[in-house]
Design a binder for this molecule. Structure first.
Ligand SMILES: [Zn+2]
Ligand SMILES: [Zn+2]
Length: 69
């Protein structure tokens, strides 16, 4: 039933939607991400902010790299 997918002209599938939050394991439109591969969605980030964020930066819980927001 899905062999003719309609796509508006000019629509290009970008790399969006490829984020998968490592906390809630959900596919997200946007995640904060780290070069090590760690990703965290906005919601989880907010929940864990107290633990991983320090103002304009946050620390990847996997590799402890300091990331700019
Ligand atoms: Zn999440
Ligand atoms: Zn990392």
């Amino acid at each position: 039933m899905n062999d003719q997918e309609k796509r508006p002209k000019g629509y290009r599938k970008r790399r969006s939607g490829e984020y998968i939050c490592h906390c809630c394991k959900q596919k997200q439109e946007f995640c904060w991400s780290c070069p090590c591969g760690f990703m965290i969605c906005k919601d989880c980030f907010e929940e864990n902010k107290w633990g991983i964020s320090n103002g304009p930066t946050w620390i990847c819980p996997d590799c402890e790299r300091i990331r700019m927001m």
